[in-house]
Every structure is written in structure tokens, then in C-alpha cells.
Design a protein around this ligand. Sequence first.
Ligand SMILES: CCOC(=O)c1ccc2c(c1)NC(=O)[C@@H](C)N2
Length: 116
Amino acid sequence: LLELQLNPFTVFLRTTLDLLQEKDFGNIFNDPVNLNEVPDYMNFVLRPMDFSTMRQKLDSHQYPSFNAFEDDFHLILSNCLRYNSQDTVFHQAALRMRQLGAAILHHARNKADYIG
Ligand SMILES: CCOC(=O)c1ccc2c(c1)NC(=O)[C@@H](C)N2
């Protein structure tokens, strides 16, 4: 309860992140891609991102705005769409996450605007 009083924006971002992660049915976006298991990943992806990294960033107040938070979400998906070809479950999951996430972010942004 204290955090809600001290930093409602952090609580709001964490709630939004929880809603987005609910749509990650295979938990494929939760952790950084394991570079030992995917050695060529950095050949295609300049800025890796994942939900656990986003959670650390929001817990340490590294998101100055909702847009910055949303940019990292879209980075997760663009990395995945770039590295994984269209015929993979990863690519398909990113397309689905993009669609489901857009609705969540639209409502979250409206609520953020409403809070003011
Ligand atoms: C057990 C090996 O795990 C993976 O190869 C792997 C595990 C998770 C992954 C991934 C690969 N690739 C990706 O683009 C992101 C979306 N997630």
C-alpha cells in the first residue's frame, strides 16, 4: 500500500506488465534469449529485451513515461519477428502477442490519461 502512495505510476506499469504477460501463453518472452542456446541471436538483434528485464526496469524507476514502457514491449516483439522466420511458433506467438497487447495498452493508456 505504501508503494501505491509513493509511486502510483510504478504500480500502474507493473499491473499493465502483468496483463501483457498473461498473454505470453508459452512464457517465451519472459526471460532473455539464452545466447548459449541461440549463439547467432546477436547477429540479428541489436537490443535484446524480455519481460523480466522490463520488470527490473520498472521496479528501479527506469521508465520515465508510458511510451518508454511501450517501446520496450514492442522491442521484445520486433526482435522476435526479426530473428524467427514466419513459419515458427515464436514468430506466430509474437504476431498474436502484438494484437492482444495492443488492446491492453490502448486501455492502459486511456486510464493513464484519465489519472492525468
Ligand atoms: C531451450 C532453447 O530455448 C530457445 O531456443 C528459445 C527460448 C525462448 C525464446 C527463443 C528461443 N527465441 C526467441 O526469439 C524468444 C521469443 N524466446
